[in-house]
Write a protein that binds this ligand. Structure first.
Ligand code: SF4
Length: 772
C-alpha cells in the first residue's frame, strides 16, 4: 500500500465540488423549515438537521412546537465515513442489497487494525501483512462501489474527515462513535452502526428522534496551560457519561470565537463521552482559516455566502436551548479524568490529593499523546515547546513516551517542521498514523497482564483494558501538554504549573506555560501521496473476494423474522452488574481481526460483563449449576433452540458505536436486552439487528429477575404490529420456585424500528423494499 511518492502541495483541493455541502438545497429547505415553524428561533443544530429532512412538512408540520425529544426525523445525509473495523460489516451488509454503487459519497479509513509497539516503520508493514486479507477486501469493495479508500498509514478516520470532508452545515454519518469530531468544522457528524450507514449508502432516509439541544455558553479566553481538552474534561465531569444522552451539544457565546478549529474538534470529539448524539460549533473565522489551510478555500467562501444570505451557520439570536451550561474559559484550569471512566474529573490542582486518597499508583508508567482527539498541529507544537524547555534544562522523560500523529498530512508537516525530530531526540516513539494504543493495539513489554499501573493519555476514552488489554492499567485522560510535562517527573503527584524538577546542573527547573501556533505558516505537507485515495468512480467489474474458508471474513445470512406471536420461554442468560459498555459486550484489541466474521467474533460476546449474582466476569451458569463462559452458554442454548435475554443496569452499550455488540447477541439467539437505560447508538443498533431493547418502568424491578428465570412477553407483538403503540409487560417465572410475576417495561420504538424487528432486521426490510 505505502509506496514512496514525491510530495506536491496544491492550492485548491481537486475534489472541491464533491466536498462542498449543497448549500443551495439546504438553505432552500431552511426557508421551508421557517415557513412551517413560523417565527420560532432556531438553534444551529436544528437548522442543519432540519434542512436535511427528506420531507419538512411531514416531519415538522402540525406538531405545535413538540419536536425535540418527540418527532422522528427522516434525514438525507450528505456523506458517510467508515473505519476499517466497522466497515467490514457495513460493506457485507451493503453487498446484500445488490446495488452497483453508493448513493452518497463515502470513504473507508484503515486505522483501527494497526499495532502500536516499536514505531511506524516497523509496526505499519507488520500490521498490513497480518491484516492483508481484510485490507484487500475493503480496497476491492471500495473500488467496486466507488468509495474512497484511505490505505493503512493514511491516518485516523476523524482527523482525515476534518482535513478533507467535514464542512460547515454538512450532515454526515460515521461508523465510529467519535464521528462528532467534525462538529469542530460546524458539521453535524453522527456516530452510527454499519446498518445505519447502509441506509445512507442506499439512499434510504436515516431516522433519528429529534434530539434536545444542550447549549454550552463559552465566555472568556483560554490562557496558560488550559486547553480545549480541558473544556470537555470539565464538562464530562459536570454531565457524567449519561448527561448528554438524547442531546446535541451546541456551543455558543463569545468564547467560541477564541478557539482554534482543531481545538473545537477536540471538544466535539469527546462529546461522545457524555453520550451526546453529536456536538457542534457555529461557523467562525478560525474555521475559514482551517479550510483555507487545508486547500478548501472555495468551501469557506460558499459557507460564508450561505451564512450571510440565510443566517444558516449560527443559531438565531432568539434560539432556545433545553438546558444551558456556562463555562468561563478564563477561569478554566487543566483537568485529569479517570481512571476507567471519562467523567471522573479532577482539576489539576487537586489531583495530587485525590491520587493519595484513592491510593492510585504514585508512579506513571507511560505517557501517550496524539490520536484522533489531540494530534493537531497546535497540540503537537505546544507539546514540542515543553519538550524543548525540558531538553534545555538537561532533562529526559522518565517514562515511555509515545506520539500518534492523526494523519499522514499532520505527520509530514511535523516532520518538515522538525517537531517529530524533537520528540524522537527526547526518546519518544512516533507510532503509525493510526489508532494503535487507543484501541487496544498497544503491544507492551514493560508490564505483564494484571500489573497495576497508571498511564496518562491525551486520548478520549479510558474504559478498563482499552489501551493494552490489561484491566489493571489505570488510564487517566489529560491534554497533550499535561501528559508531556508529567512524563518528565514520572510522578502522579507532580503539578507542572507549580512544582519544580531537579536538573543535572542542580538548578530546579519549572516549566513555562506552553505555546504553539494553530496552523503551519508554510501550509500543510501532504506527505506520501500513495496513501491518498484515487477518484470515486465505481468499477463494477472489480472482484470482491470472500473466501468460504476464511477466519476473518464471512458473507452474511439474513436473520429470521420475528414470527407472529409474543415470545415465550426466553431465558435470562446473564444479569449484568454495573457498567456494561460496547467494549464489555464485544471486546476490541485482538478481537478486531474477526470483525468481518460474525461466527468467530461472537466468541467474545459479553466476556467483559460482570455477573451480578456472583461478581465474576465472563461466567454464566446453566439452570443445573454448570458454569460456562458467557458466549459458550449462549451457544449451548442456541443449539438447544432456546432464545434468551440479558438483564442490565444503566447506560447499557455506552462507548463505541460498535454494531457487533448488537449483531453478536442476535446471532447467538438473544432476543431482548432488558436494562435500566441504554446508550443511544447501541439502543438503535439493537433494533436494527432485530433485538428488542426494553427498559424497566421501575428500576427497582431489576431486583425481581435473575439468571435462568423464564420470561414471556405480553403485548410485545401487538406493539410491534401497531408500529410502536401499546404497552409491554414481561411475565417472569422464577427458577427457584416457579413463582410468577409481571414486570411493566418501556420502549422507544418508532414506526420504522418496529418494522425492523418484525422483518428480522433493518437490512431484511431494506432488501425486501429493494426487491419490490
Ligand atoms: Fe481511533 Fe481512538 Fe479515535 Fe477511535 S477514539 S478513532 S480508536 S484514535
Amino acid at each position: 500500500f505505502a509506496t514512496p511518492a514525491t510530495n506536491s502541495n496544491f492550492s485548491v483541493h481537486p475534489e472541491i465540488a464533491t466536498r462542498t455541502p449543497p448549500y443551495g438545497k439546504l438553505t432552500k429547505n431552511l426557508t421551508e423549515v421557517r415557513r412551517v415553524l413560523g417565527t420560532q428561533g432556531l438553534t444551529l443544530a436544528e437548522k442543519i438537521l432540519y434542512s436535511h429532512l427528506d420531507n419538512v412538512e411531514d416531519a415538522l408540520g402540525g406538531r405545535n412546537g413538540k419536536i425535540r425529544g418527540e418527532a422522528y426525523l427522516k434525514l438525507k445525509v450528505d456523506r458517510v465515513a467508515m473505519q476499517d473495523a466497522s466497515a467490514q460489516m457495513a460493506l457485507l451488509q451493503f453487498m446484500t442489497c445488490g446495488l452497483g454503487g453508493t448513493a452518497v459519497p463515502a470513504s473507508i479509513h484503515c486505522d483501527h487494525m494497526i499495532v502500536g509497539e516499536k514505531g511506524a516503520d516497523v509496526d505499519l508493514p507488520k500490521s498490513i501483512e497480518s491484516n492483508k486479507e481484510v485490507f484487500n477486501f475493503l480496497e476491492s469493495a471500495a473500488k467496486k462501489f466507488g468509495i474512497q479508500f484511505w490505505a493503512p498509514g493514511s491516518g485516523i478516520i476523524h482527523q482525515i474527515v476534518l482535513e478533507n470532508y467535514a464542512a460547515p452545515g454538512l450532515m454526515m454519518l460515521g461508523t465510529d462513535s467519535h464521528t462528532p469530531n467534525g462538529g469542530g468544522l460546524g458539521a453535524i457528524a453522527i456516530g452510527v452502526g454499519g446498518a445505519d450507514a447502509v441506509d445512507a449508502l442506499v439512499d434510504a432516509p436515516w431516522e433519528l428522534r429529534a434530539p434536545k439541544i444542550l447549549g454550552v455558553r463559552l465566555e472568556g479566553e483560554l490562557s496558560g496551560w488550559a486547553t480545549p481538552k480541558d473544556v470537555i474534561l470539565n464538562l464530562a465531569g459536570q454531565l457524567t457519561v449519561r448527561g448528554g444522552t438524547g442531546y446535541i451539544i451546541e456551543y455558543y457565546g463569545p468564547g467560541v470565537q477564541t478557539l482554534s478549529c482543531t481545538g473545537m474538534a477536540t471538544i466535539c470529539n469527546m462529546g461522545a463521552e457524555v453520550g451526546a448524539t453529536t456536538s457542534l460549533f457555529p461557523f467562525t473565522p478560525k474555521m475559514t482559516s482551517y479550510l483555507n489551510s487545508t486547500r478548501r478555500a472555495p468551501i469557506a467562501e460558499a459557507a460564508e455566502e450561505a451564512n450571510k444570505s440565510h443566517n444558516f451557520l449560527r443559531a438565531d439570536t432568539n434560539a432556545a436551548y433545553d438546558q444551558v451550561i456556562t463555562i468561563n474559559l478564563s477561569e478554566l484550569e487543566p483537568h485529569i479524568n479517570g481512571p476507567f471512566t471519562p467523567d471522573l474529573s479532577t482539576p489539576l490542582s487537586k489531583f495530587k490529593d485525590v491520587v493519595k486518597e484513592n491510593e492510585w499508583p504514585e508512579q506513571l508508567s507511560a505517557g501517550l499523546i496524539g490520536s484522533c482527539t489531540n494530534s493537531s498541529y497546535q497540540d503537537m507544537l505546544r507539546a514540542e515547546d515543553l519538550v524543548k524547555q525540558a531538553a534545555a534544562a538537561g532533562l529526559k522523560p522518565r517514562v515511555d513516551f509515545f506520539v500518534t500523529p492523526g494523519s499522514e498530512q499532520i505527520r509530514a508537516t511535523l516532520e518538515r517542521d522538525e517537531t517529530l525530530d524533537v520528540f524522537e531526540k527526547a526518546g519518544g516513539t512516533v507510532l503509525a498514523n493510526a489508532c494503535g494504543p487507543c484501541i487496544g493495539q498497544w503491544k507492551r513489554s514493560d508490564i505483564s497482564k494484571g500489573d497495576t499501573n497508571a498511564i496518562l493519555t491525551s486520548y478520549n476514552r479510558n474504559f478498563r483494558a482499552r489501551n493494552d488489554g490489561n484491566s489493571q492499567t489505570m488510564n487517566f485522560l489529560a491534554s497533550p501538554e499535561i501528559v508531556t510535562a508529567m512524563i518528565y517527573s514520572g510522578d502522579m503527584s507532580f503539578n507542572p504549573i507549580t512544582d519544580t524538577l531537579p536538573t543535572p546542573s542542580g538548578q530546579p527547573f519549572q516549566f513555562s506555560a506552553p505555546s504553539g501556533s494553530e496552523l503551519p505558516s508554510q501550509g500543510f505537507e501532504l506527505g506520501n501521496l500513495a496513501l491518498f485515495p484515487s477518484d470515486s468512480t465505481p468499477s463494477p467489474s472489480t472482484p470482491v473476494v470472500v473466501s468460504p474458508t476464511s477466519s476473518r471474513l464471512a458473507l452474511l445470512e439474513p436473520f429470521e423474522p420475528f414470527g407472529s406471536t409474543d415470545l415465550k420461554g426466553l431465558k435470562v442468560l446473564l444479569k449484568v452488574k454495573g457498567k456494561c459498555t460496547t467494549d464489555h459486550i464485544s471486546a476490541a484489541g485482538s478481537w478486531l481481526k474477526y470483525k468481518g466474521h460474525l461466527e468467530n467474533i461472537s466468541n467474545n460476546t459479553l466476556i467483559g460483563a460482570m455477573n451480578a449474582e456472583t461478581g465474576e466476569v465472563n461466567k454464566a451458569y446453566d439452570a443445573n449449576g454448570d458454569a460456562f463462559s458467557v458466549p459458550d452458554l449462549a451457544r449451548r442454548w442456541k443449539a438447544q433452540g432456546l432464545s434468551w435475554l440479558v438483564v442490565a443496569e444503566n447506560n447499557y452499550g455506552e462507548g463505541s458505536a460498535r454494531e457487533h455488540a448488537a449483531l453478536q447477541p442476535r446471532y447467538l439467539g438473544g432476543k431482548i436486552i432488558l436494562a435500566k437505560s441504554f446508550a443511544r447508538i447501541h439502543e438503535t443498533n439493537l433494533k436494527k439487528q432485530g433485538v428488542v431493547p426494553l427498559t424497566f418502568a421501575s428500576e427497582a424491578d431489576y431486583n425481581l429477575i435473575g439468571s435462568c428465570d423464564s420470561v414471556d412477553t405480553v403485548g410485545l407483538y401487538d406493539m410491534l404490529v401497531n408500529r410502536g403503540d401499546g404497552e409491554v409487560f414481561l411475565d417472569v417465572t422464577k427458577k427457584e420456585d416457579g413463582s410468577r410475576h409481571r414486570i411493566p417495561v418501556k420502549h422507544t420504538f418508532s414506526k420504522d424500528q418496529a418494522g425492523f424487528v418484525l422483518a428480522g432486521s433493518a437490512l431484511n426490510l431494506l432488501s425486501k423494499k429493494a426487491a419490490t
